[in-house]
Ligand binder design. Sequence first.
Ligand code: SAM
Length: 418
Amino acid sequence: MLVDGRSLTAALDPAKSRLPSDRERAFLQTLCYGTLRWYFRLDLILQQLLRKPFNKKDLDIYVLALLGLYQIAYTRVKPYAAVAETVAAAEHKKWAKPFLNAVLRSYLRGREEFDKIVDRDDEGRTGHPLWLLRELQHCWPDHADAMCAANNTQAPMVLRVNRKRCGREDYIGLLRAADLEAFPVQCNPEAVQLVDAVDVDRLPGFHEGLVSVQDCAAQFAARLIDAQAGHRVLDACAAPGGKTAHILEVSPSLDELVALDINPERAVKITRNLDRLGLRATVLTGDLLDPSAWWDGRGFNRILLDLPCSATGVIRRHPDIKVLRRPEDIEALSETQRNLLEAAWSMLAPRGLLVYSTCSVLAQENHEQIARFMESHQEVREIPIESHWGIRCPRGRQILPGESGMDGFYYARLSRDR
Ligand SMILES: C[S@@+](CC[C@H](N)C(=O)[O-])C[C@H]1O[C@@H](n2cnc3c(N)ncnc32)[C@H](O)[C@@H]1O
């Protein structure tokens, strides 16, 4: 992924499928996630240890060095084993074995000193690229350090119980019977947090639709949209369908829920998810910006606009964001979001409600976007979100990563007078 810009999941899945046991797959995942989580710190440590930078053709050895440093600094792998295994993995390049041995042993000998040096550097201290750290400090001066610390932790596995099929306490009982420890999360009536993450195959009734995996912050959308019997609802950026399914689970008989997504492969996942949960919606592959191709012109009473965004609120789950995202992406994303909001708004029925949401923590994608939109649309009225979670923004509400264990998320509710 460092070479071709693929996401960590896309790069890791094929590699994991080649390993024979769950244990090995889990270890590979821990190594890759952890190394990327601390990439900016580990890279700086490595720079202290090198006499000259790596050649491009030796990227494999560079990555091995990072993996070795990660194991020494952040895991319970015995240091001598971390060194030995890393060196052994360089079998294909003879010169690299003594090189890696020397680099990792130097770190082991002078660890405290090297750590102190990188602690004096903002990227090294926080494990975030400087441009992103500055953005976070600009948007959230009092919270930036805590946010970086939260971003560097492992996210909990949170479930959403399908209460059409099973009560929350009953499901916790099923988990207990399967030797899985879990507790109810207060923020949301369907949310259950597992003490230890597991593969979904181990979740009782997962394939029968009793439960889905969804962070607590994402579970606010279905209630904020306030869909009522007879309403026509559009989930405008729906795939893979987490929020579509939740709306259907908690809303009384809707007239119709249209779940739209531009990406055909992702749209298939909506149908698959709904089938698993025993739910029905009109699933369409289409571009929100080109409604003539899929819209019959009838206004929607409710629209959920869960936009593509920088995903800076979910870095815990996707540490590769810190490496892959570029500063110029934010302006481009903000422009896309502006266009998508304009398009969705034009489909909202009079007195309808639109919920705008992102898993970003950047003002440009969130409250500044809403403020700008409201300046150019006199008919928009913000319906403030009164809640015990999140931080009130000039427009909308922001959950910062780590608040009550949640992902970072932004929500705003807009209604139209005419
Ligand atoms: C944040 S994800 C949505 C997650 C989803 N709401 C859920 O809870 O499972 C954003 C989605 O927007 C879709 N998207 C991006 N541009 C779009 C467009 N012009 N029209 C429709 N969907 C679009 C992407 O394919 C992506 O699946």
